[in-house]
Every structure is written in structure tokens, then in C-alpha cells.
Design a protein around this ligand. Structure first.
Ligand code: TNX
Length: 765
């Protein structure tokens, strides 16, 4: 009898077509074999009952199977068809790795820890149907060996700017775990809302969790209440809810790193307990949620502030078992400290010379407390300023510079540079996309990210714990918005932090992504199909200007026009970079299966003049993060705009002194330099621009100067052409000197510090 049943059961293994396996992140090694294992009502989960922790893992597997098939798997019953997990010392796969061995008779998952088993189960889930179905639950026979490249595989969620329910947070964690991300950075505190119940300080959530609801998306600190308006927008998590979420995450191998911001970004705490701020006026009773114009910092001179934070952290650490506790530390506006007698006294007593050192004092004092509780403190890269605390871990967000610096000092680092892992930035468009904070971090940019910087000495690379994407929610107001911004970019990041660097393969990733897109559709998750925008890149080579077109969408053709019409399948097909030798507009779109992509076409205007494509040399080089198109950006014919930063060359603290070699002596009658002002970003028009010409490149003659026009001083944003016109003169060289503003004006957040100077084009006529 037994034999017959066995024979019948084996049939599907030979009849079912080999299923595709589309695991993301790509496993270290995967070998598909012939046949399938079929999960059915007779399958049992088998494990060592003596190990209590395995029970939760078995339940996790059982409930996942039930959800997609309705099958109730038994546990440790019978000896027939098993999904077996075993914790046993296994080489090469580390703490989080797993071996998954599927044969027609059994699925075996082996790991060194429960976490590894969970990842094996996640791989299994990715192979099975994504939603409830009556289909046969067939798992292709295979052997998988898999383990992560990095130990910090993080996703962050800001629940302060907008509040997200426990259910949404769980959904987020579930998605993380499904893609083997193991760290959830929960940004619980910011100016716009305090989101965690603290028993000792109830006002934090009675007052600090609520604000007036103007349904606007950008706030400075906290939105200003109108007369009689109530603070009705917000929410917070009770300690019981937090315990539940922590448990939920742990069952999926996800560690939650709570972030309790300090000493800045805490208008919500100050609104609740004004006495924690520097200013006396904040100690008046506050009503109606009007907390504008307050300093959003804790007072660093007040010992009560430290007592408060230590007591808050004590409750936080009791809730979160995480070794790492995040204390924020970013973007502290030091103005209040400069004007605060208590802060100034602290600086005197502690022999601190700058407010940066005062911030460092603050953070170090908190670190001591955290380390005393056997935890590790992590903070944004500003904690490097004024001296890094002894054991602090640095989260590098303003590029990778801070991370490199910290890793060189043998501090642990998590890489989370705004470009490309801020998922609040656009991933496509921006036309047709939900309004976002700015920037453009496409799926491919995320996929191509390498967390270990080239410039880091190899012996220090071990300090790079991994990478993380951050989801700030100033512009994200709904659950759908959260899903849309992380899907599918999180999948690209998952592959970056899990899979071996050598196995990266954009084509293969896109292939596997299709299966996951289908799953998103079936589950009703909101996701982006990626950027179908064509990137138009100006190039200068051998004194010629050309244009390259590229697309992230695979398997499509690119078509373009030069006559201003919208491109379609009858336009010019792009094969290779083409020359631009007159003023014209390039419009480009991708055409897939005969259909023009849905977004509006990409467009770039080129204006050609006497200096076009000519070589530019600089006395002071542009800053590394504002290289635009490289050396000859100022002669590539492309102008910058307020929205698109990539065509601007940025200079910091030093003047722009650019010399153009026109290649031949030619009559010149007008020269101009395009500059940007965006005061909020510390970018100011130059004080003055001087224009010179030369025939021999040695002797220069001034042909004009323009002083920064007075009517521009007050503009927070401006694009202005500094220019000079003169009677035509022979020139082979043109030199332009733009004087940078050496000190930001009084009242500016960077008062006294040098400004940035941004320029896009030197036009010679
Ligand atoms: C900077 S990243 C911030 C956040 C903002 C974010 C917007 C960081 C440590 N601070 O407070 O939400 O930019 O992208």
C-alpha cells in the first residue's frame, strides 16, 4: 500500500514543468535539480522539540503555508514527507546563512542559528505562490547555499513627519524580512511628532505626538496653528504595542534599532516640556499646538536635560533588546546654544571652544550612559563634528565622507548616503510621480551602489557594517506611498547588501523582478515599475560635443527627435552617441514592443556658442560632490535649473577661476557666467565676476566686471547671468573669476561660514 501511495505522490515531480526560481536577493549558490517536492496536507514540519526557539520558527513557516494554500502543516508528526530544520554547526555560512536542500522526499533547511532557518524559509516562500491559491504547492528540487555579505542590512522609517499605524509598521517589517533585510531603524522622534510612550514623561505623547493638521507636506519644526486651532494630527505607540512589534520583528530575524533624536530635531519634546530648551520664553504655558519659532534643541547647559534623556533611554532600552541605540545627532542648529547663558557656561566649565564641541560633549555624555547599559550608541555623521565619542557607530548620510573618516578611525559605520539610498527621493519622473522631496535615486542607481568606498584602505573595510535606505516621510502621507517608495528599490538594496559583489547582474535582477512584480500585484502592494526615463548625457571628447542616451528599462529601444516633436517609433532610432553642433533640443523616449513609454519624453536644450566643447581649466577644482558632467561642464551647452542640480558645478569657500582655451584666435564681443542662488542650501551668487581675455595665455586684459546686482540680494532663489559686452576683440583664451561670498550673512543658519558658489555655463559670443 505504502509503495503505491509513494508512487502516486512522486508523479508531480516528473509532470510539473520546471518552475522558475526568482529569489531576491540572489543566493550565493543555487543549483536546480530535476523534480519537485510537493507540500500537501501530509507534510510535517520536523525539528528538535527540545529547542524551544524552533517552535516559533515552525509556526512562522506553518502560518505562511496556510496563508497561500489553506494547508495546515502538522509539526513533528509521522515520518513521511518532511520539511525539516536543523541547527547544526555548518562551516562557511556564518550566523545568518542557511543551506536549503530540496529533494522529492524532503525539504531540509540547515543553519547555525534560528535566523538562518528563517532566511531559508523566506527563500522557500519566494518560490511558492504569493497569494492564496489551489495550485499544487510544488518546490523545485534544488540545493542552495546562502549567506549575507553584510551584517547590517537596514531600512529606516520616519514615523514622526507622518504617523504610521502598528499594522503598517508590521507590514513594513514583513517586507524587509521577506527580502532578508535584518535591521529596522525606527525613527520615533523628530520635530513633528514624538511617537513612543514614555511612562515617566506622559506629556511627550499627550502633547508632543499631536500637531495641527494643515495637510501640507513641508514643515519647519512644527506647523503653525491658526487662532483657536486644535492639534489633531498624530499618534504614538504605547509600550505594549512596541513590545508586540519587537516580538513580531524578532520572529522574522529583524532587529529594531530605535532612534531617539537629540540634541536637535526635538521640537516635539520641547513642546511637551519647554523647560528642556534654552530659551526662557518657552517656559511659558503653550497652547493650541503653536510651537513655531522655538528652538528645536535641548539645552546643553541644563543637567535636567541629561536626566530626562537618560530616563527616556532607560525605558527605551527596556523595550528594545537591540545592541545599537540610535541617538540622532543630525542637523543641530546651534544658534540657540550661542545665545544661551547656560550653554555658554557649560562651554567655559568644560573648556569647549566651539558649539560643535558642545554638541560632541552632549553626545559623549549620552554615549557613556548607553555604554554603561551594555549597548552601543549609533548616530548620524554629524556626531563626528567636535570629536567622535569613544565607541560610537556612525551612520553616514551626507555622502560617504563621514563614514570613511569614522572607519579610518576604526569605528563601525553604516553607509546610508543620500545618493543613492534615500528612498524619499524620486525613483522616476519626476513628471507623473507622487510629489517627493527631490533628488533622483533610480532603481539602477540603488542596484549599482557599492557600500565599501574605493578610497577606504582595505584593512578598514571591515568597519563597514553594511548599508541602509532611509525613508523620510515629509512628503509621504499614506501607506500606499510608503509601499511605492520602497518597492522595488528595497529589493535592489537587498541584493547589494546580501549577495556577493561578484554576482551582481542587472539583467538577471530584472528578470527575477518580474516574478516579484506579479506578487506585488497579487497582494495589492503599490510599487513603481522603475524609471522609463531616458537619461540624456552631454559628453565632450576631442573638442566635440555629443550626446549619449541611456535607459534603465531593459529590452526596449530609444528614439529621439531634434525638431521639438515628441519621439515615437518613427523618430530617429538611437544607436550611438551623436554630435551636437548647433543650438537644438533633444527629446527622447523608450519604445517597448512598439509602444512609447508612458512618461513624458526626456528633454534637454543645448545652446552652442564659441566656447562650446572647449577645454576649461580651474585654479580651484569644483567640490567632489558637485562635479556635474566633469571638467567641461561649463562648456557643455547645458544650463542648470532650480530642480536639477546635476548641471551645476559647485565650489566651496574658494573662488571660481576658470580659463577656457578657445583653440584658435577669434573675435569675442560678449562673455557671461550663469550662477545660482539658493540661500536655504547655502548657495549664493558671487560678490562679483571679472572677465578677461588673452591671445597668448600669459597676458590677460580685463574686458569687464559685474558686481552682484543689489536687487538679487533678497532673492532666496535666483538664476543670474553675470555678463560683459564690449567692442569685438581678438582672443584665444577667456578667463572668468567669480568671487565667492566668504561669509554667510547674519541670521543665516550658517552665519559666518563660507557660501557655496554654483555655476553652469560660460557663454562666449
Ligand atoms: C535630512 S538624514 C534629515 C532628515 C530629513 C531628510 C530629508 C538626516 C539625518 N536628517 O531630517 O527628513 O534630510 O531627506
Amino acid at each position: 500500500m505504502k509503495k503505491i501511495i509513494l508512487g502516486l505522490l512522486l508523479v508531480p515531480c516528473f509532470l510539473l514543468a520546471q518552475q522558475k526560481v526568482s529569489i531576491i536577493p540572489q543566493p550565493v549558490s543555487l543549483q536546480l535539480d530535476k523534480g519537485n517536492f510537493t507540500i500537501d496536507a501530509r507534510t510535517t514540519i520536523s525539528y528538535n522539540k527540545a529547542d524551544k526557539s524552533l517552535k516559533a520558527t515552525a509556526n512562522f513557516l506553518a502560518s505562511g503555508i496556510k496563508k497561500i494554500s489553506g494547508i495546515n502543516l502538522s509539526q513533528n508528526k509521522g515520518n513521511f514527507k518532511k520539511i525539516e530544520f536543523k541547527i547544526s554547526p555548518t562551516n562557511e555560512i556564518g550566523e545568518e546563512g542557511y543551506l536549503l536542500n530540496v529533494t522529492p522526499d524532503a525539504v531540509k533547511i540547515t543553519a547555525n542559528s534560528n535566523k538562518g532557518l528563517i532566511y531559508g524559509i523566506q527563500s522557500l516562500f519566494q518560490i511558492l505562490p504569493q497569494i492564496r491559491t489551489n495550485a499544487v504547492m510544488a518546490v523545485p528540487c534544488m540545493q542552495v547555499k546562502d549567506y549575507p555579505r553584510f551584517k547590517w542590512r537596514g531600512m529606516h522609517l520616519d514615523v514622526s513627519r507622518h504617523f504610521f499605524s502598528v499594522d503598517m509598521v508590521k507590514e513594513y517589517i514583513e517586507l524587509l524580512a521577506y527580502y532578508k533585510m535584518n535591521t529596522f531603524h525606527w525613527h520615533l522622534v523628530d520635530d513633528q511628532g514624538w511617537r513612543i510612550e514614555i511612562k515617566k514623561y506622559p506629556k511627550l505623547t499627550e502633547i508632543g505626538a499631536w500637531r495641527v493638521d494643515h495637510n501640507d507636506k513641508v514643515w519647519s519644526y512644527r506647523p503653525q496653528a491658526k487662532e483657536g486651532e486644535e492639534a489633531t494630527y498624530g499618534g504614538f505607540y504605547t509600550q505594549e504595542e512596541i513590545k508586540d512589534v519587537v516580538k513580531f520583528a524578532a520572529e522574522r530575524g529583524v532587529n529594531i534599532v530605535p532612534e531617539i533624536e537629540m540634541p536637535g530635531h526635538v521640537a516635539s519634546a520641547i513642546a511637551s516640556y519647554p523647560e528642556l530648551s534654552c530659551s526662557q520664553k518657552h517656559q511659558l504655558p503653550l497652547t493650541g499646538g503653536d510651537y513655531t519659532n522655538m528652538s528645536s534643541n535641548y539645552c546643553a547647559g541644563n543637567d535636567e536635560v541629561f536626566k530626562f534623556n537618560e530616563e527616556v533611554l532607560t525605558e527605551v532600552m527596556a523595550l528594545f533588546p537591540s545592541k545599537y541605540i540610535h541617538i540622532g545627532g543630525d542637523e543641530v542648529d546651534k544658534t540657540a546654544w550661542k545665545n544661551c547663558p547656560k550653554c555658554q557656561k557649560r562651554m567655559q566649565n568644560e573648556n569647549l571652544k566651539t558649539e560643535e564641541e558642545l554638541q560632541s560633549y552632549f553626545i559623549k555624555r549620552i554615549e557613556k550612559f548607553i555604554v554603561g547599559k551594555n549597548r552601543k550608541m549609533i548616530g548620524w555623521d554629524e556626531i563626528l563634528e567636535g570629536g567622535l565619542a569613544q565607541e560610537a557607530v556612525v551612520m553616514s548620510w551626507r555622502g560617504e565622507k563621514g563614514g570613511i573618516e569614522a572607519a579610518k578611525m576604526n569605528h563601525e559605520v553604516v553607509m546610508t548616503p543620500g545618493n543613492p539610498v534615500y528612498f524619499d527621493h524620486y525613483q522616476a519622473g519626476p513628471d507623473g510621480e507622487p510629489l517627493a522631496i527631490g533628488g533622483m535615486n533610480t532603481l539602477k542607481k540603488v542596484y549599482d551602489y557599492e557600500p565599501i568606498p574605493k578610497e577606504l584602505p582595505s584593512e578598514n573595510s571591515k568597519y563597514i557594517l553594511g548599508a541602509q535606505a532611509n525613508l523620510w516621510t515629509e512628503y509621504i502621507t499614506t501607506n500606499e506611498g510608503v509601499e511605492y517608495m520602497i518597492l522595488p528599490r528595497m529589493l535592489a538594496l537587498a541584493e547589494v547588501v546580501w549577495s556577493p559583489a561578484t554576482s551582481k547582474d542587472w539583467n538577471s535582477f530584472n528578470q527575477r523582478l518580474k516574478w516579484h512584480f506579479r506578487g506585488f500585484q497579487q497582494k495589492g502592494l503599490h510599487y513603481s515599475e522603475g524609471s522609463d526615463k531616458i537619461t540624456i548625457t552631454p559628453r565632450i571628447e576631442n573638442g566635440q560635443l555629443s550626446v549619449a542616451l541611456s535607459s534603465e528599462v531593459l529590452g526596449c529601444d530609444i528614439y529621439y527627435t531634434l525638431d521639438g516633436s515628441d519621439p515615437n517609433g518613427n523618430s530617429i532610432k538611437y544607436n550611438a552617441p551623436f554630435l551636437i553642433d548647433k543650438t537644438e533640443t533633444v527629446l527622447a523616449a523608450s519604445v517597448c514592443d512598439g509602444k512609447v513609454s508612458k512618461g513624458i519624453p526626456s528633454k534637454l536644450d543645448f545652446s552652442i556658442h564659441k566656447a562650446s566643447a572647449k577645454n576649461v581649466s580651474y585654479l580651484n577644482n569644483p567640490a567632489s560632490s558637485y562635479q556635474a558632467n566633469g571638467n567641461n561642464t561649463l562648456t557643455d551647452g547645458v544650463r542648470g535649473t532650480f530642480n536639477v542640480s546635476k548641471y551645476w558645478h559647485g565650489f566651496y569657500a574658494k573662488d571660481l577661476v576658470a580659463t577656457i582655451d578657445l583653440g584658435e584666435t577669434t573675435p569675442v564681443r560678449k562673455i557671461s557666467l550663469g550662477c545660482l542662488q539658493n540661500t536655504g542650501d547655502w548657495i549664493f551668487l558671487p560678490k562679483a565676476v571679472k572677465f578677461e581675455i588673452s591671445v597668448d595665455g600669459l597676458n590677460y586684459k580685463e574686458v569687464g566686471q559685474e558686481i552682484m546686482p543689489l536687487n538679487k540680494v533678497k532673492d532666496s532663489k535666483a538664476i543670474y547671468n553675470f555678463a560683459t559686452s564690449f567692442v569685438p576683440q581678438q582672443a584665444k583664451y577667456v578667463r572668468v573669476t567669480a568671487k565667492i561670498l566668504p561669509e554667510l550673512p547674519k541670521g543665516h543658519s550658517g552665519e559666518g561660514k563660507p557660501a557655496w558658489l554654483f555655476a553652469d555655463e560660460i557663454i562666449v559670443e
